[in-house]
Ligand binder design. Structure first.
Ligand code: SF4
Length: 297
């Protein structure tokens, strides 16, 4: 089981527990059961690890992976206190290298993972997704798997979220997944800044408020993650999808940082980002006051 702070897929939004001070904030990352993705979000780092072609590889040692999770969870015993991730359970990110809703179209690994967490008293699985797969509704998670639907305004999703489910479909699916026994959260990620971004997010929040049932609203939590882009990915995108780069590549508002893996990453300049993040949180609090923010970066 890995403790890791590096970027993660589906908008690099891994779960982060508050550990003892010497561990600072570390992620509980379960062994991967696949890598690659059939979708092609223009900002996603997963393809970088597969030479920018990104076929899904399904791992056949699912029994070993589930057993490793069980052994690790038993060693953790009870979560000592509620933290920013969960009130009661250790949360394991199980979708670090792709989108498990898509994996579930072609194999039973996700079903096996949901069953593993259903039977672990102190642990919960969690993954982010941009794809609505109704077959997951039959998995009977009994509130021990968290699905995090990643959302952004439809206008920009149509450009950068290539081959994903439409944002309106992801929102429309929330209630069904709650009824089916999932905990359903949302990731507002990546937040991409462009002319008119605030108005588009305001409309997205209003849409969520209109559509979600009281039960879904009660359990709703969010993460907010502003865009991280990457120089090498930018160069690849310019060859096949330059339109996306009009939104993603804005060096005048971004600063460059060398990653531990030797990549050049771009994030919004700190002063700008602080201002934009504060504005985003104000809007969210105004429109969805019941939606607590678990993490904002
Ligand atoms: S759906 Fe997630 S894993 Fe797949 S390409 Fe998009 S961000 Fe990457």
């Amino acid at each position: 089981m890995v403790k890791d702070q590096t970027e993660r897929p589906c908008a690099w939004d891994e779960e982060v527990h508050v550990f003892p001070p010497e561990w600072a904030q570390c992620a509980l990352i379960a062994p991967s059961t696949s890598n690659g993705c059939a979708m092609a979000s223009a900002y996603c780092y997963v393809p970088r690890r597969k030479g920018y072609a990104n076929p899904i590889s399904i791992f056949v040692n699912i029994d070993e992976a589930c057993q490793a999770i069980r052994r690790h969870a038993v060693r953790q015993r009870t979560l000592p206190a509620p933290d920013q991730i969960d009130a009661k359970h250790w949360v394991y990110d199980i979708g670090e290298n792709g989108d498990l809703s898509v994996d579930a179209v072609i194999c039973d690994n996700v079903k096996d993972l949901v069953e593993t967490f259903r039977n672990l008293p102190n642990a919960k699985g969690s993954f982010a997704t941009k794809f609505v797969n109704p077959s997951l509704l039959a998995y009977d998670p009994q509130a021990k798997t968290r699905i995090r639907f990643s959302l952004m305004p439809d206008k920009i999703a149509k450009v950068v979220d290539v081959r994903t489910s439409p944002v309106a479909d992801r929102i429309a699916a929330v209630d069904a997944f709650v009824r089916a026994g999932y905990e359903v959260h949302v990731n507002f990620s990546p937040v991409i800044v462009y002319e008119g971004w605030e108005e588009d997010w305001r409309r997205l929040f209003e849409h969520l408020d209109d559509v979600l049932s009281p039960k879904a609203k009660d359990q709703l939590r969010a993460k907010i993650i502003f865009l991280t882009h990457n120089k090498q990915l930018h160069e690849v995108n310019m060859q096949w999808h330059p339109k996306a780069e009009e939104y993603l590549w804005t060096p005048e508002t971004q600063q460059v940082k060398r990653s531990e893996g030797g990549m050049w990453n771009l994030r919004y300049k700190v002063a700008w980002k602080q201002r934009w993040l504060a504005r985003f949180q104000e809007l969210l609090a105004e429109k969805l006051p019941y939606c607590a923010v678990r993490y904002a970066f």
